[in-house]
Design a protein around this ligand. Structure first.
Ligand SMILES: Cc1cc2nc3c(=O)[nH]c(=O)nc-3n(C[C@H](O)[C@H](O)[C@H](O)COP(=O)(O)O)c2cc1C
Length: 199
């Protein structure tokens, strides 16, 4: 049976570019999640993590806990292991998501399994729509459950001021996303505790 401890929500800031907007979006999302309640919220900024592009010979799926990750990745791996839920904050780069995010995902496997993933995206005209479509595909491969309702911010440089979206509906959209994420978090944690996931 699920214990009474708060669900652990890890918010991943996916971009590492110089002068990036990612941490601004990540901080606002974390604020919304803390206001929502029920989650213990941790923000992991991929710019703080060592994420080499060259992977070891074995796959993380077959190597399991013995997968040889760099020491500078330990904070990310332990956050993923302990997480009950994720929100990925991603920009759109060339109709997809940044390479930093793909590398961070690919260094792990079981850490994503049977856990829910919600998305907050931003960009120019597309607002990260293509990035999220691609991420939904990727997370399905990892046996994660993607949340239907997320937030997308087109032309964020016009639609945000002083670290917040100008749209007065944005907090309401965040609540809708968090309602769905909380439901799946609870359902999947109970299911993981009841029986091992068959993967
Ligand atoms: C390499 C690159 C490619 C981009 N491609 C797109 C794109 O295809 N669609 C879009 O809406 N915005 C695109 N943008 C705009 C970014 O979404 C915008 O610059 C955003 O701030 C990047 O996120 P970041 O500041 O966290 O790095 C691109 C930006 C970069 C740097």
């Amino acid at each position: 049976m699920e214990n009474e401890s708060k669900h652990k929500l890890v918010i991943i800031v996916g971009s590492v570019r110089e002068g990036r907007f990612g941490p601004v979006a990540g901080a606002w999302v974390a604020e919304q999640a803390r206001l929502y309640g029920g989650f213990e919220v941790d923000v992991v900024d991929l710019a703080d993590i060592e994420i080499p592009l060259a992977l070891p010979a074995d796959s993380p799926r077959s190597a399991g806990d013995t997968y040889p990750r760099p020491a500078g990745m330990a904070a990310l791996t332990s956050a993923l292991v302990g997480a009950d839920a994720f929100i990925v904050v991603t920009p759109e780069y060339n109709h997809s998501y940044p390479a930093s995010l793909k590398a961070a995902i690919d260094w792990h496997y079981s850490q994503w399994t049977a856990k829910p993933v919600a998305f907050v995206s931003y960009g120019s005209v597309a607002g990260g729509r293509h990035a999220v479509l691609h991420l939904e595909n990727v997370f399905t491969e990892l046996h994660a459950v993607t949340i239907r309702d997320g937030l997308a911010f087109p032309n964020y440089y016009l639609s945000w001021r002083d670290g917040r979206p100008l749209d007065p509906e944005a907090a309401g959209y965040a609540k809708t996303m968090l309602d769905q994420l909380a439901w799946w978090t609870s359902a999947l944690r109970s299911a993981r505790e009841a029986a091992p996931y068959p993967a």
